[in-house]
Design a protein around this ligand. Structure first.
Ligand code: NDP
Length: 245
């Protein structure tokens, strides 16, 4: 356990698995007190049991503004401040546009884009007070759109646009905004895809390369957060070496 984030308070959304879980553990290992939010409470409890420092498990649905506001309020009530927001919750329901089940589009937009925006909105007053850092988990799909991921890519392009506006509004107040754009990371993200062809393609892709691990992204978050206060790392794009585009 290190002490680079001693006294700091972090909130990580989508912390019940994958990148969010690894990031919460990494921030805890650096000495931060960490609030972790997601819908699967059992997974959050087991994360809290593994973390080296103090962890607050929060029942959170980012698509529900009330739930987001309550999670931010409970974090500040418990820990007294908020210094780091890792805006990570997301779903990827890949598939072609033609014939798509548009309820999946709604879910992606409500979770990835609106959910992330609601979380910034609720947390911003506290982050302005602490001169904190906001980490927006986007994707390489927020840079390059591909066939069969149009809506997912649209949500991630949206996060990038929102983050740049946000950065321009808050940087003079000492709040840093960091967009993180991972390539293929080995998590359960693709297991929620309902289209069997897309599901098979994702599995094939995973076996075709040395994928990133969630800890690789967690390390990038820790890197950005632990720079000196006058250094704003605004964007980090990380692909597996074996990923071509
Ligand atoms: P996981 O599926 O492992 O994690 C997704 C997390 O989001 C889970 O903790 C899930 O928790 C949470 N989540 C989903 N919906 C909601 C919701 N409505 N409210 C609150 N939490 C929610 O996948 P990853 O770790 O891979 O994904 C994390 C982020 O990283 C996502 O934004 C994803 O787009 C991004 N990303 C992932 C890449 C990859 O290759 N894996 C590449 C680029 C970006 P629960 O279901 O318990 O609510």
């Amino acid at each position: 356990m290190s002490d680079t984030l001693n006294g700091k308070v972090a909130l990580v959304t989508g912390a019940s698995s994958g990148i969010g879980e690894a990031t919460a553990l990494a921030l805890s290992a650096e000495g931060a007190r960490v609030a972790v939010g997601a819908r699967r409470a059992d997974r959050l409890e087991s994360l809290a049991g593994k973390a080296p420092g103090e962890v607050l498990a929060l029942d959170l649905d980012v698509a529900d503004q009330e739930s987001v506001r309550a999670a931010v309020a409970r974090t500040v009530e418990r820990f007294g401040a908020l210094d780091v927001l890792v805006n990570n919750a997301g779903v990827m329901l890949s598939g072609p546009i033609v014939g798509a089940d548009t309820t999946e589009w709604t879910r992606m937009v409500e979770t990835n884009l609106l959910g992330s925006m609601y979380t910034v909105h609720a947390a911003l007053p506290y982050l302005l007070e602490s001169k904190g850092t906001i980490l927006q988990i986007s994707s390489t799909s927020g840079r390059i759109a591909s066939a069969n991921s149009g809506v997912y890519a649209a949500t991630k392009f949206g996060i990038t646009a929102f983050s740049e506006s946000l950065r321009q509004e808050v940087t003079a107040h000492g709040v840093r905004v960091v967009v993180i754009e991972p390539g293929f990371v080995a998590t359960e993200l693709a297991t929620h895809i309902t289209d069997p062809t897309m599901q098979a393609a994702a599995q094939q892709l995973a076996t075709s390369m040395r994928t990133l691990q969630p800890e690789d992204i967690a390390n990038a978050v820790v890197y950005a957060v632990t720079r000196p206060e006058h250094v704003a790392v605004n964007e980090i794009l990380i692909r597996p070496t074996d990923q071509t585009r």
